[in-house]
Ligand binder design. Structure first.
Ligand code: SF4
Length: 69
């Protein structure tokens, strides 16, 4: 299980996270990413974090608290 955070100060609205995992991420009316869920077992969260050009997405292992993406 993963816990996801978005640094909205870094987010520039490229929306690759939304394309990678639309069940997890969406853009709000300001054009920045927001979370539809904060915890998930969907591994696409990892790919979304890796593909964010602003490095604005952090994914933590819920059990250990370790940063995993
Ligand atoms: S990919 Fe990164 S910069 Fe783009 S909308 Fe998602 S969080 Fe924001």
């Amino acid at each position: 299980m993963f816990r996801i955070e978005i640094d909205r100060d870094l987010c520039s609205g490229f929306a690759s996270c939304v394309q990678d995992a639309p069940e997890i991420f969406e853009l709000d009316t300001s054009g920045k990413a927001t979370l539809r869920v904060t915890e998930t077992d969907d591994e696409r969260a990892l790919g979304a974090a890796a593909s964010c050009p602003m490095n604005a997405i952090a994914v933590f292992d819920l059990d250990t608290g370790d940063l995993v993406a």
